[in-house]
Design a protein. Structure first.
Length: 124
């Protein structure tokens, strides 16, 4: 078993690599106090949180006469303290790029960090 002090040191080293910032939204049932109706809405649950993106799989875009389809997977690294839900929407700013990801996979947590596969799908 790794001593707690050593684990904190490893986690600190991992977190120094977090050069990105992320915002996470979950689809939640929200009750409108004025109408008393409950509706599903996207609610931001993490704001400006340190993270790191790493390319997992980059697919070639597919071009039709009217649409350029871009779809690929990317891996998000962040502290293990957060509980991301599968299906969350994630926005990441890193290396001068600001990207939205449509779906988060199920997080894999470790004592030093967690990893979440994100899907980017865009039509232009």
């Amino acid at each position: 078993m790794i001593p707690e002090r050593a684990m904190r040191a490893v986690r600190g080293a991992v977190e120094k690599a977090y050069i990105g910032r992320c915002w996470v939204s979950e689809n939640q049932k929200v009750k409108d106090p004025a109408t008393n109706k409950t509706e599903s809405k996207w609610v931001e649950v993490l704001t400006d949180t340190p993270c790191y993106l790493s390319q997992k799989q980059l697919n070639a875009s597919s071009q039709t006469e009217t649409v350029n389809n871009v779809q690929y997977e990317i891996k998000l690294f962040l502290a293990p303290d957060y509980d991301l839900k599968s299906g969350s929407r994630v926005r990441v700013v890193q290396n001068g790029m600001d990207r939205d990801y449509v779906s988060a996979g199920e997080p894999h947590k470790y004592s030093t960090h967690q990893e979440v596969i994100l899907l980017r799908s865009e039509k232009s």
